[in-house]
Design a protein around this ligand. Structure first.
Ligand code: UD1
Length: 467
């Protein structure tokens, strides 16, 4: 390197260290530099960059939240004013909107999949029974089929996080975007927020990385706007944003009935929901909080409300949150502008940490506070919210755990059952119960030609049914 370049680099580095030291004094965390001398210049730069990003106001809020013992949830009353799905008129309106390019889909895939024990992006998990398509592939093929039905390329945005962004994009590139045009797909990564130990301090996860985690799925709306995707889509005519989670393979990225209902109601938000069967299910509870339609997370609701029943034995809070929302695009921008007002939620978690010898280890029991902003906390910003109730088997089969409930052992049968229903709906012929098969997603968004071809046909003798 030329000597003047060496000098400029050294000066830049020196100034950065000074800046960082003053940031550190503000948050009292010099202990994070204890492996400094053993780091390479690249690692030192990496650590400095992280330190520069630390926002002392956020740390202040995080500490305040830790100190807060009880959360006050306000007055909780039941919500029963939902509509039921099944309107042909809304379906028709929604199909028209989608074919005019007025609907786009946002999939959030930035979570860590810790309960699933999966290291890479959760979207790579092989989910379907026969072809073992990944969650990403399944969603993309749905978008492809919906685009074919709409006769136009529909927009798809995917939120990743710093830990899985590169791998996600690489997977899409290697698989040629699963048939989608790369200009239809918009990736953006969320940020991370520091974790805090039990005394409210920052700590290291590796000698050059401060322990941190994704900042929650509500961040998706903020980054969607900040990264310019909102403006691009809005210019192209998108007016409704369908929000879904990557871990629910029954989530419909282009649900015509939901969009049609939204267009008719003209509320800021429509939430798709299901009936709660088991009060202990890990499902956010939909209710009214201080008379505003809200969700209280399963981890935060008091057992007395969670389990409360009416005199006839039915659950007092009937509806569960499956985190599928249709947002008006204008509302999304308002949320992004007011994002700082959303509260943080804290959770006590087992996380990676650095041993005194400088080795990264995964804790075997909870040891740190993780902070996230939840998507449903945008609801209080809405002027009006409507809820549409769906049968669970049509829209919800979450992949959360490595085994047991909400694992591959429950998700695959749910997908198979859904395919059975869809095939029956299209052909009018019930597939034999003994037969395991997988439908190509084009059956989910049938074109008139597909409907014509399959009407009255029995299930072919194949395990993957191509249209
Ligand atoms: C979530 C809902 C819960 C609902 C349940 C249904 C929230 C806050 N809670 O709970 O009310 O009943 O799903 O299955 O949404 N994600 C990110 N970035 C993050 C955190 C999460 O993209 O920083 C994504 C995950 O990739 C996943 C989704 O958000 O797609 C849900 O995250 P997870 O933490 O698994 O939520 P649940 O606890 O299952």
């Amino acid at each position: 390197m030329h000597s003047s370049k060496v000098f400029s680099f050294a000066l830049w580095f020196f100034l950065m260290v000074i800046q960082v030291c003053s940031a550190f004094e503000e948050i009292e965390h010099q202990h994070l530099l204890r492996f400094w001398n053993a780091l390479t210049v690249d690692e030192q730069t990496q650590l400095l960059a992280q330190i520069k990003e630390i926002d002392s106001n956020t740390i202040f809020l995080q500490r305040k939240l830790i100190a807060q013992k009880e959360q006050t949830l306000g007055v909780l009353t039941s919500f029963k004013d939902f509509a039921n799905r099944g309107s042909e008129a809304n379906l028709k309106i929604g199909k028209q909107l989608i074919s005019e390019g007025k609907v786009g889909c946002l999939i959030v895939a930035g979570g860590q999949g810790s309960r699933l024990n999966c290291e890479g992006p959760k979207g790579l998990f092989p989910i379907t029974s026969i072809k073992k398509k990944s969650l990403f592939q399944l969603f993309c093929e749905r978008v492809l089929a919906a685009s074919k039905q709409a006769k136009r390329p529909l927009f798809l945005a995917i939120m990743t996080s710093p830990v899985n962004h590169k791998e996600t994009v690489k997977n899409f590139e290697e698989n040629h975007f699963f048939g989608l045009d790369s200009t239809q797909v918009f990736f953006f990564s969320q940020d991370e927020i520091p974790l805090l130990d039990q005394t409210g301090n920052l700590f290291l996860e590796s000698p050059s990385k401060i322990a941190s985690g994704p900042d929650g799925n509500a961040a998706s709306l903020k980054y969607f706007v900040e990264k310019g995707i909102w403006s691009k889509w809005y210019r192209e005519g998108v007016r409704y944003l369908n929000y879904v989670h990557i871990d629910n393979p029954l989530a419909d990225p282009f649900d015509a009935e939901l969009s049609g209902f939204h267009h008719v109601e003209q509320s800021d938000v429509v939430m798709k929901c299901i009936s709660r069967n088991d009060p202990l299910e890990k499902l956010g509870v939909i209710l009214k909080k201080d008379n505003i339609l809200s969700v209280v997370e399963y981890s935060e609701i008091a057992p007395s409300e969670r389990d409360a029943r009416e005199p006839d034995g039915s659950l007092k809070h009937l509806c569960g949150n499956i985190s599928i929302f249709s947002f008006k695009m204008d509302f999304v921008r308002e949320v992004a502008m007011n994002y700082d007002q959303l509260p943080f939620h804290k959770a006590w978690k087992a996380v990676k940490y650095l041993t005194p010898e400088g080795k990264t280890k995964m804790a075997d029991k909870p040891m740190a506070w993780k902070f996230e902003k939840f998507i449903f906390d945008v609801l209080p910003f809405a002027r009006s919210i409507k809820a549409l109730l769906y049968p669970r088997e049509e829209c919800f089969a979450p992949l959360k755990n490595a085994s047991g409930d909400d694992s591959i052992a429950t998700v695959r049968p749910a997908l198979e059952q859904y395919d059975r229903q869809v095939f029956f709906h299209i052909s009018g012929m019930a597939p034999p119960l003994s037969k395991t098969f997988e439908l190509d997603p084009q059956f989910y968004y049938p074109t008139p030609e597909l409907l014509e071809k399959w009407k009255g046909l029995p299930l072919p003798d194949a395990s993957y049914i191509d249209p």
